[in-house]
Design a protein. Structure first.
Length: 139
């Protein structure tokens, strides 16, 4: 049983998140997602999440490709999470390229291509500007 682990906020869930999770899941037999808590986002990422943690968790838990959702409370928990859950592969989008190479000592580290044309911040901007056109289809 190969276990994959990834981290993220997954606010305003969109197809870029779904693509990442499906691609991450394909690297093993089960996928664990460490979901950033509202407090962690606010204090450590300076991001106000639009959707509260319980609702973001419920969406992820409903996905076929996700087996378990755990909280991400701080930047320092990754090694402990990898060891505790006997993770074989750690996956992140390539906007994090190199940032988590220290985990190579404990598991495989994989950075996957991001999905173009979509992000939670783009969605927020699109709505706040009252755009009448659609966001371009993600590639
Ligand atoms: N992602 C993607 N394509 C997009 C948007 C996001 O592949 N168009 C990926 C990101 O690269 C990340 C995951 O989806 O791997 C979750 O993205 P965010 O919710 O923005 O997560 P982030 O704020 O980057 O938090 O400790 C790591 C952090 O918790 C990651």
């Amino acid at each position: 049983m190969r276990t994959v682990l990834t981290y993220g906020t997954f606010d305003l869930f969109h197809v870029g998140h779904l693509n990442l999770l499906n691609r991450a899941r394909a690297h093993g037999d089960q996928l664990i997602v460490a979901l950033s808590t509202d407090e962690f986002n606010l204090k450590m990422k300076n991001k106000v999440t639009a959707i509260p943690y319980p609702d973001r968790k419920k969406i992820l838990e409903a996905l076929r490709c996700v087996d378990l959702v755990i909280p991400e409370n701080n930047w320092e928990q990754k090694i402990e999470d990898v060891l505790k859950h006997q993770v074989d592969t750690f996956v992140m989008g390539h906007d994090w390229e190199g940032k988590f190479d220290f985990l190579n000592e404990y598991c495989e580290v994989v950075y996957l291509p991001r999905t173009e044309n979509i992000s939670s911040s783009e969605i927020k901007t699109h709505i706040s500007k009252g755009r009448t056109t659609q966001i371009k289809a993600a590639v």
